[in-house]
Design a protein around this ligand. Sequence first.
Ligand code: IPM
Ligand code: MG
Length: 353
Amino acid sequence: MKIAILPGDGIGPEIVAQAVRVLEALRSDGLGFELEQGLLGGCAVDALGEPFPEATRRLVAAADAALLGAVGGPRYDALPRQMRPERGLLEIRKFLNLFANLRPAILYPELAAVSTLKPDIVAGMDILIVRELTGDIYFGEPRGIEWRDSQRVGFNTMIYNEAEIRRIARVAFQAAAKRNRKLCSVDKMNVLECTQLWRDVVTETGQAFPEVELSHMLVDNAAMQLVRNPRQFDVMVTGNMFGDILSDEASMLTGSIGMLPSASLDENNKGLYEPIHGSAPDLAGKDIANPLATILSVAMMLRYTFDQEEAAARIENAVRKVLADGYRTADIYETGTRKIGTEAMGAAVLANL
Ligand code: IPM
Ligand code: MG
């Protein structure tokens, strides 16, 4: 097994370093893999002039999985769009055909009080958001900003073909079949034709999964229902744009965006694993960022790409134990718990592995 390590920018290198410690501990316990570092994002722009350079393309094409920290930072915001770190992230997703983005939002009971919602609303929350990742308005053409009738006009294209909808729907139905067998598909069919097709194709795909109870929800209502009663959801499936927004919203219900891992998979479960949070430049280099989302991303990698359920569960149990023991990074700290830094959090997980 070969794993590409892409630390990225901002807090990326610090949190990835902790996740790599966890991987290395598992290796000394007998799991065999090779790690190789590469550049993606702003660090690649600095070193090589582009966010997803050829060397990184070759590295990730040859690897079975990749672990990414985060990309981006204010230093790069003035660059032309093609040179921005975020572009590198979109390109790697497209290059590896990572159409299925799994974003679990789980409330750890110890963190119920840190959530901005009342503990009795979020207690027991366990949602899997399945976000389509290589289509939609993110990639649709035509796109741009141009002059029309002496003023500037900005435009993007929301577009899905039925094959794209069907393959992500299948991933979501399969995931739901292994969980509580409830799937909620999110669209905006009252306004957008593209998402009318989404609803039709998801419904058709559902005929092959009679054991899963399918419902549909408009995205504005879904955003509201997530904060009103998040426990009504088991698996949610939606397009790239709505999934981006709803997954940030859901993450906050769990107490901190610093807790949420993600997997982005192709047809063969080759994947890119990353925390869903950003590069948090303001926290970088201070040893205060939460490495748990990245460490939990390693667990997802072991489960989905390498089929190592036992090792994945070991990591997740170690994280639970660390939380139960009262260790907290600043983002999940509350009075009565023990505040520790990035490195110490990594060490605490290792100690419980
Ligand atoms: C995410 C991020 C990215 C996205 C950005 C950084 C391009 O917000 O992974 O959710 O919009 O997909
Ligand atoms: Mg996002």
